[in-house]
Design a protein around this ligand. Structure first.
Ligand code: HAM
Length: 432
């Protein structure tokens, strides 16, 4: 008996919990209500527009990848600290994709023999990183990737930068808002060699450079010490490199100058980017005031396709997240206002009007109009309020009188004007 009572009470507790459970989304994950999804779609459309303009083709990869795809090829931080990694039921080590570049290189390597190069490719999808959620950083985010592979020439760098500038301009941003910071990892490597540093310290030097801007001079020295690199040598390299540039950088800037786009660019020796696969030009784009984190980042990767089983093939491209850009556009008032898709709401005053309402809705939809229906159950006011909330321009009201006369009451919700007209006349009024 006691056992039964215990069982019943535990069932009850369980039922109570089930009834009152308030489960939030995971930390760093977002819910996309229609107004939020609208912003993502807006970005996606702008992205597709500029990609099409430059002849880039859309592709997509899997959301889950074998963990080894990233191990040793991506960045230490992403692989060991940020990737969502788990074992699947078969015991295989899996990662939720934290980025797309290794997937892209793997896909290219698999079809290299049958593809035409240069390959210009873009993608827009969700990515996951176990980062500390903060402004502009989440654990799930959208990222636009745009890459060109199989073109070693400096023109590939120029084209990628042009795409970025065109995209940002199309959103209403200017060179006064945005800076593209550019560097050449190869050039930095050469400088470090000239200063007597050995190649196996380079990754530590890049780590230092990546963090340098965020530290004051004392902290810099401490950080260099923790990485076991000589602080003074690197600072000397920075001073020496600040007013010099690689030939490739000079060429990029001069070609952009010919199109009056060079004022978007700022050389910066401290931009090295965290990924081990970058081998040449690297860049980061941010707001000039640096109020936000980087909007996007990218660079040239010379060996990744080969490392993933292909023939030598160089690529260059970038990834841009949705979060920082949307925050920035919001602040600048550059996001369009949300509007639900239908601008006509057909209101059936009562159940007797339902059949005629359905017929009219269908007739309207066949002419291409987006139409909502509403069952008012005798309360027209509620129907009109609903139409207003959904930002409809017209409410079409159907009651007993309209059904008998086979007519429609069309109310223009902007002017308040109302007419009793035939369905054909209603279409003319609405489409005017
Ligand atoms: P990344 O710098 O790691 O580069 O990321 C590029 C952009 O993705 C960032 O600038 C940011 O806008 C966005 N992003 C990254 N992590 C997060 C996060 N946790 N929350 C919100 N946004 C985020 C790459 O991923 C390279 N694979 C890009 C690339 C493509 N390089 C060559 N081709």
């Amino acid at each position: 008996m006691r056992g039964v009572i215990l069982f019943l009470s535990s069932q009850l507790t369980y039922t109570n919990i089930m009834n009152s459970m308030n489960i939030q989304s995971l930390r760093g994950f977002r819910d996309f209500y229609p107004e939020d999804q609208f912003k993502i779609n807006y970005l996606r459309n702008k992205i597709a527009e500029v990609c099409n303009l430059f002849g880039y083709e859309e592709f997509e990869g899997p959301a889950l990848e074998p963990f080894e795809l990233y191990a040793a090829k991506s960045s230490d931080e992403i692989v060991t600290e940020q990737a969502f990694v788990f074992e699947d039921r078969g015991g295989e080590k899996i990662a939720l994709r934290p980025e797309l570049t290794p997937t892209l290189a793997r896909m290219i390597a698999a079809k290299q023999g049958s593809m035409a190069f240069p390959a210009r490719l873009w993608s827009f999808g969700r990515f996951w990183r176990y980062e500390r959620p903060q402004k502009g950083r989440g654990r799930e985010f959208y990222q636009w990737n745009c890459d060109i592979l199989g073109n070693d020439s400096v023109q590939a760098e120029v084209e990628i930068l042009e795409i970025i500038i065109r995209f940002l301009s199309n959103l209403g941003l200017t060179r006064d808002d945005i800076v593209i910071e550019l560097n050449d990892r190869q050039f930095i490597n050469d400088q470090l060699v000239a200063l007597g540093l050995s190649e196996n310290t380079f990754s530590k030097v890049f780590k230092y450079l990546d963090k340098r801007d965020k530290l004051d001079p004392n902290e810099r020295a401490e950080y260099a010490k923790s990485l076991e690199i000589d602080h003074q040598t690197i600072e000397t390299m920075i001073t020496q490199s600040t007013n010099t540039m690689s030939d490739r950088m000079k060429e990029i800037i001069s070609r952009l100058k010919a199109q009056e786009l060079d004022s978007w660019i700022q050389p910066n020796v401290a931009i090295v980017r965290g990924f081990t696969y970058y081998t040449g030009i690297v860049f980061e784009v941010s707001d000039r005031e640096k109020k936000y984190r980087a909007l996007l980042g990218g660079g040239r990767y010379g060996n990744l396709v080969e490392q993933l089983g292909g023939k030598p093939l160089s690529g260059i491209g970038f990834g841009m997240g949705d979060m920082v850009l949307l925050n920035y556009l919001q602040e600048k008032g550059l996001l369009p206002a949300y509007a639900p898709p239908a601008n006509i709401c057909i209101i059936a005053i009562n159940d007797e009007a339902l059949a005629f309402t359905q017929t009219i809705a269908e007739t309207f939809r066949q002419t291409g109009l987006a139409v909502l229906t509403y069952e008012a159950k005798g309360n027209v006011g509620k129907g009109l309020k609903f139409a207003d909330t959904k930002q409809c321009r017209f409410a079409v009201v159907i009651g007993q009188n309209e059904v008998t006369e086979q007519k429609l009451t069309v109310k223009n919700l902007e002017t308040g004007k109302q007419d009793l007209v035939s369905p054909e006349q209603a279409l003319t009024l609405i489409k005017k």
